[in-house]
Design a protein around this ligand. Structure first.
Ligand code: B12
Ligand code: SF4
Length: 504
């Protein structure tokens, strides 16, 4: 008699970016499964040709399907695949994990194509779920999981699972990632890595507290230096994006990591996320040490140029001056200061928006090489600002599928719609071309595109200085050149490759 399959299939939907690399959440939850003797197969739609067909084929004989997703466009492919799976294999459970199911578990589980959701950390929860599925048992009592009762169809939520510190977590199963295929998509061989969990702060628009709490905890410097050196050597990577929410919380640890990397002598770039106030605690000499160890970019949430909006964002830990100081120190150390900005936060009007533009223009002029990435405020469930957003008339989707178009690149808000919304989008377009920016996964631009970009940078800066966005003919010129030279972009614009390789 043949032994029943012990395979778990994961699906990772396209995430609307060309900066493709292995999905860390899935690599994390795979390790306990592999250790328990299960076989794991990952289908990432960004690198897998015919991912739809492949997922269904791989599921033949597998125990279940796991999907990892955040709120927004990833939901489109999630629902498509989950529906197809339920149609072909009605008895195979579809399990959703990651940020969206963690923040909206009830609504996610209410979708007809979803059987189980996991809230928060998935390593232990998923292993227990898979063991129950294999044994033909109910999910009842598995902490952190929600499921539909097989008899009544009623939604049941078990007790929440306690957060585990990062030190107690197993290593991620990087060997499952097909780095060749990711490199073909984005032109760079890179990976994500986590060295700490959570953030001590609680910005009003951020969902972190709800999923990871505010108890920052981290791996030892020695472990980080050893693991990262090993990762880049083993997989021939040129960049690690350390996706910790706030890498610099422990100053001494950051310095010790840099020293450890220098001792090991493995050369690679790494990039971190940190708040400007914590960057400012480092001297330029210390930042130079981090630079020598490979730190190439620090992504920071500047978010606004208006002190009033900064307060509304609950960012008391950040003053406008700290944005300048951070840009200054990082520039002196040769590290690229990278900032995120949010337009349309509740309480931001035309004046505050102008303050933000002025900040961007000033920082970029004073510190050439500094870069700004902009978004429109997007009210994520679980963020502290949600109550205020509801009061202001925000209407959030009532179904899983409704969240597909919920995306900071084009969010329309009751207080930012119509002409105002169009103007902010035009302004964001001009900001994109006014100064240079370097995406994590390198985008390929040819000489003509670069030339046009350089030419229109001058009028773009003039327009931003004078808040003049009518007749945006430079944007038309740029789009026309891009259309000639690049393939058309889909709405979810991660490339679907015709590549041969897949990750299982
Ligand atoms: C890396 C990252 C990205 C990368 C993703 C790259 C990739 N290949 O995955 C990129 C740059 C594309 C990205 C884009 C965006 N991101 Co992002 N991103 C992150 C970041 C920094 C790290 C995610 C990560 O890998 N963590 C490490 C892994 C190990 O942890 P994890 O994902 O939490 O996974 C655990 C659990 O969630 C669970 N789990 C995860 N998957 C699964 C699957 C199953 C089956 C199970 C059972 C469990 C499970 O178990 C895991 C281990 O414990 C997080 C912040 C953070 N702290 O996590 C933001 C974050 C996820 N992003 C966020 C946002 C808002 C965005 C953008 C909208 C930003 C923008 N302005 O465009 C876009 C949206 C992309 C899209 N198309 O929808 C928000 C999500 C909010 C939400 N409600 O979903 C976060 C939380 C940042 C924040 N604090 O606000 N992001
Ligand atoms: S500093 Fe960053 S990670 Fe921390 S709460 Fe604010 S936005 Fe979230």
């Amino acid at each position: 008699m043949s032994r029943p399959s012990r395979k778990v299939v994961f699906f990772f939907p396209a995430f609307s970016s060309q900066e493709a690399t292995a999905p860390l959440g899935i690599l994390a939850v795979s390790t306990p499964l592999l250790r328990a003797g299960y076989q794991v197969c990952i289908i990432d739609s960004t690198i897998t040709p015919n991912f739809h067909k492949r997922t269904l084929e791989e599921l033949d004989g597998a125990l279940c399907l796991g999907v990892s997703l955040v709120t927004g466009p990833m939901i489109r492919e999630t629902v498509q695949i989950a529906r197809a799976v339920k149609k072909r294999y009605p008895d195979k459970p579809v399990i959703l994990g990651g940020w969206h199911p963690s923040l909206l578990p009830d609504q996610t589980l209410a979708a007809d194509c979803v059987d189980i959701v996991v809230k928060g950390q998935g390593e232990d929860a998923l292993l227990e779920i898979v063991q129950r599925i294999e044994a033909g048992e109910s999910i009842q009592g598995v902490a952190g999981a929600g499921y539909k009762d097989s008899h009544s169809g009623k939604i049941v939520f078990n007790a929440p699972r306690h957060l585990k510190a990062i030190r107690e977590m197993p290593p991620k199963a990087y060997h499952l990632a097909d780095f060749d295929a990711y490199e073909r998509v984005c032109g760079r061989r890179w990976a994500m890595y986590t060295s700490s969990l959570a953030c001590p702060y609680n910005c009003a628009y951020c969902t972190n507290e709800g999923v990871y709490g505010r108890k920052w905890n981290a791996l030892d410097a020695a472990q980080v230096a050893e693991e990262t050196s090993d990762l880049v050597s083993r997989y021939g990577l040129s960049l690690l994006w350390i996706v910790d929410d706030n890498f610099l919380v422990d100053r001494e640890r950051a310095i010790a990591i840099a020293e450890g990397l220098l001792q090991r002598g493995v050369k690679f770039d790494w990039s971190i996320q940190a708040s400007t106030n914590l960057v400012c605690r480092f001297s330029v000499e210390e930042l130079k040490l981090l630079r020598r160890a490979g730190l190439s970019q620090v992504a920071q949430g500047a978010d606004t140029g208006s002190p009033k909006v900064m307060r509304l964002m609950q960012k008391d830990f950040q003053k406008i001056e700290t944005i300048y100081h951070a840009a200054d120190k990082l520039s002196q150390a040769g590290i690229r200061p990278s900032f995120n900005m949010i337009f349309g936060f509740p309480g931001e009007g035309e004046e505050e928006r102008k303050e933000s533009i002025a900040l961007i223009m000033d920082v970029c002029r004073r510190y050439p090489g500094a870069e700004f990435w902009t978004n429109i405020f997007t009210p994520y469930p679980g963020a502290p600002v949600m109550q205020r957003a509801f009061e202001l008339g925000i209407d959030v989707p009532k179904t899983l599928e409704g969240w597909v178009d919920f995306f900071p690149r084009y969010t329309v808000l009751p207080w930012l719609e119509g002409r105002r919304h169009r103007e902010v989008q035009t302004m964001r377009e001009y900001l994109r071309i006014a100064f240079n920016r370097v995406p994590i996964g390198l985008q390929r631009k040819n000489t003509l595109q670069r030339l046009v970009h350089g030419m229109i940078g001058v009028p773009a800066r003039w327009r931003l200085d004078h808040s003049f966005y009518s007749l945006p003919f430079e944007l038309w010129l740029k789009d026309t050149v891009n259309r000639w030279l690049s393939p058309p972009k889909t709405k979810v614009d991660a490339h679907q490759l015709e590549a041969e390789a897949v990750s299982c």
